[in-house]
Write a protein that binds this ligand. Structure first.
Ligand SMILES: Cc1cc2nc3c(=O)[nH]c(=O)nc-3n(C[C@H](O)[C@H](O)[C@H](O)COP(=O)(O)OP(=O)(O)OC[C@H]3O[C@@H](n4cnc5c(N)ncnc54)[C@H](O)[C@@H]3O)c2cc1C
Length: 459
């Protein structure tokens, strides 16, 4: 048995929340051991939000340039992916090198251990490192921030083919002539539009009846209409049955339909592997899909869990929000506890699809007496002025008995930014009467919220 090394807190996994928590606890004077198997910072900076949003920024510039005609003269644009690939490699990820983040943690007083961490007893974490096994005993506790991996569906023939996940596509040096995207959720739709705008022939395949199936049906219809307009193929209610690769091209069988393309992106969701981090050693179910926590992020005696692994939305902002709560709990500080009523989610397609709180279907399922109000962005003053690229809508969901919003969607140009006002309304339970009785700046996009509120009806 290796000699146990005492520490105050072991943070297993340094995703956005884990990195923040580990640094904050170290700055507070605790002896913190941060265990990371891959890159300090996790999925978001190296394989997720940041590189994908750099791609989207570039793809949206192309789309905007193409909208010049009829509004500001003429324009031509010659897409060049090398600028995007270089920016991701050099600016976003330092060529997938986490030295800056590792140094930042060390500067805060943290101790980084590179390797795979596993809970082997209450208060004990065993780490398999390149140099051998190390065992840590945590006086205060263990924070779990191990995130998620791309989920690969059990489709016949898929295993063993050179398919991409998000971890491969962010390293793409060239745009393939054609691309099939398996999965029409946020990641799949964002990347499909990016690669189509850079010239790939893209088809999105979704097993469920609609794209962005977790959002309002209006959002799905909008994005499917936009994709068709942009020449992106959309196959919904179309589970892939078989995949093959002949050394050059992929073939995907969807019942009667057969698709082929040079590249295949699998974006069919994320999975956790609780068994590999040994949660059974602290009495947790290693077969569960997430680690349940209380409102202070406590998962078991001396164990806190934060981020994707808690199942409250795979978002960087959720990981950071929960990390802050866990840090305060560990340090015995006051402050708010976890509240999930107004979790914002944004799909950064063009138009952006923002949502907060409950969808209409979810609100009705809880038994609330629901009223909804919808308005179309192109009919708002700003949408009309904006013209090309003005597609979008705002939908508000009211608990009619209490007269407050319990959910809202905001799709359109800057839809994610417009969502902020709706998030405050849902979170703070601002009475709809108050929301109706205030001036909205003319002619902003968010002013359309007033129209949606005015349209609140019995359905
Ligand atoms: C393509 C893509 C785009 C995205 N875009 C957005 C976006 O725009 N906005 C947004 O909010 N979210 C976005 N997300 C989601 C976001 O990346 C995650 O929600 C975010 O990274 C938070 O995850 P986390 O803190 O739970 O951990 P992660 O970021 O998943 O990090 C977990 C870390 O733990 C490490 N680890 C795992 N197991 C062990 C172990 N046993 N021992 C040691 N280390 C371990 C991993 O190596 C990893 O570094 C996107 C994700 C993807 C894939």
């Amino acid at each position: 048995m290796d000699q146990p090394e005492p520490t105050d807190v072991v943070v297993i996994g340094l995703g956005p929340g884990g990195e923040y928590a580990a640094g904050a606890l170290a700055e507070a004077g605790l002896h913190v051991t941060g265990v990371e198997a891959r890159l300090v910072g996790g999925e978001c900076p190296y394989y997720g939000c940041v590189p994908s949003k750099m791609m989207i920024r570039a793809a949206n510039l192309i789309a905007e340039t193409r909208r010049v005609a009829g509004l500001a003269g003429t324009s031509t644009v010659t897409p060049d992916w090398s600028a995007v690939a270089m920016r991701i490699r050099d600016e976003a990820t330092d060529d997938w090198n986490d030295k800056v983040a590792a140094d930042r943690f060390a500067d805060k007083g943290g101790h980084l251990v590179r390797g795979h961490g596993r809970i082997t007893a209450p208060g004990q974490v065993t780490v398999g490192t390149a140099e051998g096994t190390r065992v840590f005993t945590a006086r205060t506790g263990i924070v779990i921030n191990t995130g998620t991996e791309p989920a690969i569906p059990p489709i016949a023939g898929l295993n063993g083919t050179p398919y991409w996940t998000n971890r491969d596509i962010v390293r793409a040096e060239v745009v393939p002539p054609s691309l099939i995207v398996l999965g029409g959720g946020a990641i799949g739709t964002e990347l499909a539009q990016v690669f189509a705008r850079f010239g790939a022939a893209v088809t999105v395949v979704e097993a469920l009846p609609r794209l962005l199936a977790l959002e309002e049906p209006e959002a799905s219809m909008l994005i499917e209409r936009i994709f068709m307009r942009e020449g992106i193929g959309v196959c919904t209610a179309a589970p892939a049955e078989r995949v093959s690769h002949n050394g050059v091209r992929f073939t995907v069988h969807l019942g009667q339909e057969v698709l082929t393309a040079e590249r295949l992106l699998v974006a069919t969701g994320r999975r956790v592997d609780l068994a590999s981090i040994g949660v059974a050693a602290v009495g947790l179910d290693e077969k569960a899909r997430a680690i349940p926590t209380d409102e202070r992020m406590r998962a078991a005696d001396g164990v806190w869990a934060i981020g994707d692994v808690t199942g409250h939305g795979a978002f960087t902002h959720m990981s950071m929000y929960q990390a802050d709560i866990a840090v305060r709990d560990i340090l015995g500080q006051d402050g708010g506890s976890a509240d999930y009523r107004a979790v914002p989610r944004v799909t950064f397609t063009d138009p952006e699809i923002g949502g907060v709180g409950l969808t209409e279907e979810q609100a009705r399922a809880t038994g609330l007496r629901v009223r909804t109000g919808t308005t179309q962005v192109p009919y708002s003053a700003r949408g009309w002025i904006h013209k090309a690229g003005n597609d979008g809508f705002i939908k508000v969901i009211e608990d009619a008995d209490r007269g407050v919003l319990v959910g809202a969607s905001s799709a359109g140009p800057y839809g994610g930014e417009v969502l902020s006002a709706l998030q405050v309304a849902v979170r703070a339970e601002v009475p709809v009467a108050t929301l109706r009785n205030m001036p909205y700046a003319y002619p902003t996009f968010y002013r359309a919220i007033e129209d949606a509120l005015r349209n609140l009806g019995s359905r």
